[in-house]
Design a protein around this ligand. Structure first.
Ligand code: SAM
Ligand code: SF4
Length: 330
């Protein structure tokens, strides 16, 4: 079997697939004015048949895990249908999603029943007002109820991500609040360092802070650094026997971040992106139109692997093609 491998010996068993750019939240660092409908653009996101062909070809190339993201992936009417196709037709072993948790309380049961293997929920603060200020929505309680419902249904791969925002969610009290949360809930919590994108320079300059402050908190409170597992994501994880969940740090600017890269991205319009921030991306959509294009599609994808760079060079201020993360899925 041919697998996805780049010139630096890294392999890619994991795809992040954005299924829509549309989002119903207005996070300050991502879409501060919400999703803007461009009247000239007919919002042609990958449709079901294209997603089916795409996931089948990646499955053939050794991909075992697909993360559905966006925009907000759950706004798609055929969202559950997509999960079903990935699991049953493309035989992807692990199908996971990243979501803002909109209506999670109502959707929890359907998510569990769909066979989903994991969920990452974005919650930037456990303070109702702070949450509302960041996202533009007073929906923290429905999301927390959703997390409870998932646990009640014995769904056991729940992660919560928050973007670290200077003087907004970075006090010792904020960190203690999350510690208390993962003491009671079997949920892993990770802080992501704010990334600079093409759209958010002012926001970035105002709110970016190094994750060092959270690492110092973890060291002070006896959290133990856990070395990488095989299917590890980009998170540096910390454990403590008194807590049910783990803490984690996702620091894209750290010097070793790209060394363990194991994922490629597909945008909602069918571009293959070799890196979240890379300048390298080509459309593969023209080869998703008919079942008999599979070999050509496979050759195109394999041929692109030599263009994957060693690092994103974010530390040099490059933001690549990325205007904001709603188009590539974060
Ligand atoms: N709408 C879903 C959500 O918010 O979880 C999925 C898409 S969102 C783009 C994926 C992740 O990217 C979220 O956890 C979000 O907080 C994160 N994100 C968005 N913009 C970011 C930025 N500039 N820096 C760091 N993380 C960012
Ligand atoms: Fe929407 Fe997610 Fe971006 Fe927030 S981070 S605006 S929820 S896509």
């Amino acid at each position: 079997m041919q697998i996805l491998k780049d010139s630096f010996g890294r392999t890619f068993p994991y795809i992040r697939l954005s299924i829509t750019d549309v989002c119903n939240f207005k996070c300050g660092y991502c879409l501060p004015n919400g999703y803007q409908v461009d009247k000239k653009d007919n919002r042609k996101f990958l449709h079901l048949d294209e997603i089916k062909r795409l996931s089948k070809v990646f499955s053939k190339l050794g991909v075992q895990k697909i993360r559905l993201t966006g925009g907000e992936p759950t706004v798609r009417k055929d969202f559950f249908e997509i999960i079903k196709i990935l699991k049953n037709e493309a035989e992807i072993k692990k199908v996971v999603i990243t979501t803002n948790g909109y209506h999670l309380d109502e959707k929890a049961k359907m998510l569990v029943d769909s066979g989903l293997n994991g969920i990452n929920i974005s919650i930037d603060s456990l303070d109702r007002n702070t949450f509302k200020t960041i996202t533009g929505h007073d929906r923290l309680s429905e999301i927390l109820r959703g997390i409870q419902n998932l646990q009640d249904l014995n769904f056991d791969n729940i992660k919560v991500n928050a973007v670290l925002l200077k003087n907004i969610n970075t006090s010792e009290k904020d960190f203690d609040t999350w510690a208390n949360f993962i003491k009671k809930n079997k949920v892993d919590f990770r802080y992501i360092e704010l990334m600079r994108t093409g759209d958010n320079l002012n926001y970035f300059n105002k709110y970016h802070v190094s994750s060092k402050i959270f690492k110092e908190y973890l060291d002070k409170n006896n959290w133990i650094y856990q070395t990488f597992g095989k299917d590890a994501g980009p998170s540096l994880n910390y454990i403590n026997p008194d807590y049910r969940g783990k803490f984690g740090i996702i620091a894209p600017y750290s010097k070793d971040f790209c060394r363990t890269c194991n994922r490629l991205r597909i945008t909602s319009r069918g571009d293959l992106r070799l890196c979240l921030f890379g300048n390298t991306g080509i459309s593969i959509r023209h080869l998703l139109q008919k079942d008999d294009q599979i070999n050509e599609l496979q050759d195109l994808i394999l041929g692109q692997m030599k263009f994957k760079k060693e690092s994103h060079y974010l530390e040099l201020g490059e933001t690549g093609l990325t205007k904001n993360l709603s188009t590539t899925g974060g």
